[in-house]
Design a protein around this ligand. Structure first.
Ligand code: SPV
Ligand code: MN
Length: 654
């Protein structure tokens, strides 16, 4: 169980400000008239004390309150060019930010949950005791803002007023972080007091990059204080480590859903997108995928894009499933974004009109950004995340340095994106979600799409995600379990989170149950009798898989029942592929949908073994695995290790 406000409040302890009066006195000594006035409009005393403590602790030269006004937003842009955290590019509204070469992704080895003596965290997460964290912050954060301006912004994670939106404060010395927040989140300065009352809480984030030198990186830390809903981040710049409105607060949101709204709310690492079906109907999807596994691409494949990273889901009074995007923009991986695969995104990146912060791509002499896999001709030299770069440049180990880092990103607002649905995306009632998807990076086992036969099986699809390591985390390799693709962001024991999933999707209040599906884009030729690691599918196929799910949820396509769920019939897919202008040979379908029983069994056993190590995992999980294994074993006994779709249709396993 998680208890809020338990143990010492590290920030208050170090800042030493305990009352609104002391806070006001500090503001008067540290803020100019204009910023003092801006703070004067905030009446939430707890928030004012937090802000005062952040100022007292970090001791900046100046304070800047970002109200989200055009003037303030413009000021942050200008400050970021002045500090050099960003540089202007040739295209109007575009800038480049570089993170240090050693900090191109989330620093999972230096990321910790602050816990009290007796608290459990996920076995997959790192924790630090409150006392130790206190010592660390006290040693490293006091005075960290000297010589700098400390910026304070008030944001909403979700459309203001939505029942699932969470107000949050971002306090940082980094102009890049505040600029990113201005793009990725809705400024809620004008509504902050009302929103904190509605939500009954707010989240606080305090960051400083310090001197931003490689030698400080070993001391970099990301701490999440679960009890005080406060994050501390120091000596780093990569947004995943510093803009803690994003993943830091997502972790708190997971806690809040799991421990305070179990069975009513979920906080997921999910895209939300809509697809236009027959007759112009709109069907909304929410789907999880681990970082770097095609989540943005899936979201962009929709006709009504809502979000690409963080969803808050809840059951509405009318029994429907609702979802909002916690964010208002994307911090998307640019590698392999090309005109052919991502026309909407490319339009923002290559045509004038959008405000874009690029990070860690190559900048040529004309101040134009370039990145790997964009299908364009690449310059032979330029400046990238390693400094001066020319083709063939290698690092100390003799390895070629790529043109752009595989985790290089673009930051832009949703309303710059052609298929963004402002109408649904900004609706506090959220999108009505009818399809939930789970995907990983699986080269040899699961078919491209399958639908769970009931909510329990659906929850188990989420529990069973696997992925190969991606470039989104520093120093991580190998194939990993990725429960719900949310594993890096689940603070508490997985059993608690899983219990919350079962309760939510089985809830009697959830009258309009979504269909729950697995997706896998990463089957290779090598795993299906061919050669090499080339993929059987391509990005645009996503439209066919989503299209089939759209028809399925409306009961307009039949499906083949298997022990793991329902898979599509060839004829239906063939029509959908024709709709996207692509041949879809039966031979490809057979490769994608025949069952390689031993792989599927091994995948289940791997999960069972791992989940048995958790304390008190819900028994339903093992019951579903048992049921699936029985069916798979029956299939294998009858047909051998590879079972064709025709054999699956016979239904002999039942
Ligand atoms: C991810 O890695 O899942 C991201 C980017 O969305 S980060 O902000 O690093 O989490
Ligand atoms: Mn993410």
């Amino acid at each position: 169980m998680l208890e809020l406000k338990k143990g010492i409040d590290i920030l208050a302890e170090i800042g030493g400000i305990n009352s609104p009066e002391e806070a006001t006195a500090l503001f008067e000594s540290k803020c100019d008239r204009k910023n003092l006035e801006k703070l004067g409009k905030i009446t939430n005393e707890e928030a004012l004390v937090k802000i005062a403590n952040a100022i007292a602790m970090t001791d900046p030269d100046a304070v800047f309150v970002n109200t989200g006004s055009d003037e303030d937003v413009q000021k942050v842009r200008e400050m970021s060019l002045a500090t050099g955290e960003e540089q202007p590019l040739a295209m109007r509204g575009h800038t480049i930010h570089f993170d240090l070469p050693q900090e191109q992704a989330r620093i999972v080895d230096r990321t910790f949950y602050i816990v009290n003596e007796d608290e459990d965290v996920s076995v997959l997460a790192k924790k630090i005791l409150r006392e130790e964290a206190y010592e660390y912050v006290k040693d490293h954060m006091p005075g960290i803002a000297r010589g700098k301006t400390l910026m304070i912004g008030f944001f909403s994670r979700g459309p203001v007023g939505s029942q699932a939106a969470l107000p949050a404060i971002e306090i940082t010395t980094s102009t890049y972080v505040m600029h990113s927040a201005n793009i990725l989140y809705r400024n809620a300065y004008d509504h902050f007091d009302r929103e904190t009352q509605r939500a009954g809480l707010f989240l606080t984030n305090i960051h400083s990059e310090g001197p931003n030198r490689p030698e400080d990186l070993p001391n970099a830390r990301v701490f999440m204080d679960r009890s005080w809903l406060t994050t501390f981040s120091m000596f780093c710049t990569y947004a995943g480590n510093t803009l803690l409105l994003k993943k830091g607060n997502h972790r708190f949101a997971v806690d809040l859903a799991t421990y305070y709204h179990r069975g009513e709310e979920l906080s997921e690492h999910m895209y939300i997108t809509g697809l236009t079906g027959p007759g112009g109907r709109k069907t909304f999807f929410a789907g999880a995928a681990p970082s770097g596994c095609g989540k943005t691409a899936t979201a962009m494949a929709g006709t009504d894009f809502i979000g690409d990273d963080l969803a808050r889901l809840w059951i509405a009074e009318d029994g429907t499933l609702r979802g909002i995007n916690a964010e208002f923009g994307i911090f998307g991986i640019v590698q392999d974004v090309s005109l052919e695969s991502d026309p909407h995104l490319m339009n923002c990146l290559r045509e004038e009109g959008a405000e874009v912060i690029w990070s860690n791509v190559l900048i040529d002499k004309d101040k134009v950004p370039h990145w790997a896999g964009n299908g364009e001709e690449h310059p032979k030299r330029g400046i990238n995340f390693q400094g001066d770069w020319q083709e063939g440049k290698t690092d100390e180990d003799g390895k070629a340095i790529p043109l752009s880092h595989p985790n290089a990103r673009c930051t832009l607002r949703n309303n710059s994106i052609g298929n963004y649905s402002e109408e649904v995306g900004e609706n506090p009632d959220g999108a009505r979600i009818q399809v939930v998807t789970y995907s990983g990076r699986d080269s040899d086992t699961m078919p491209p799409v399958w639908v769970a036969k009931n909510p329990d099986h659906g929850v188990v699809i989420g529990a069973s995600i696997l992925s190969a390591a991606t470039a989104t985390e520093v120093g991580v390799t190998g194939v990993r379990r990725q429960p719900w693709a949310n594993e890096p962001f689940i603070p508490g024991p997985l059993s608690d989170y899983m219990d919350a999933q079962f309760k939510f999707f089985n809830s009697g209040k959830l009258k309009a149950k979504p269909i729950m599906a697995g997706l896998n884009y990463f089957l290779t030729h090598g795993a299906r009798g061919g050669e090499g690691t080339g993929l059987l599918g391509e990005k645009r196929d996503v439209k066919a898989w989503l299209g089939w799910l759209e028809l399925r949820v409306h009961g307009e396509v039949d499906a083949i029942e298997t022990p793991i769920g329902f898979i599509p019939k060839y004829g239906d897919l063939n029509k959908l592929f024709a709709g996207i202008g692509k041949e879809y040979p039966k031979s490809l379908y057979d490769k994608q949908f025949s069952f390689h029983i031993e792989n599927i069994m091994a995948r289940i056993i791997l999960q069972e073994e791992a989940y048995k190590k958790e304390r008190t995992p819900p028994p339903t999980l093992f019951e579903v695995y048992e049921e699936q294994k029985r069916g798979l074993e029956a299939l294998k006994a009858k047909y051998g290790p590879v079972v064709t779709v025709e054999q699956l249709i016979e239904g002999a396993w039942k």
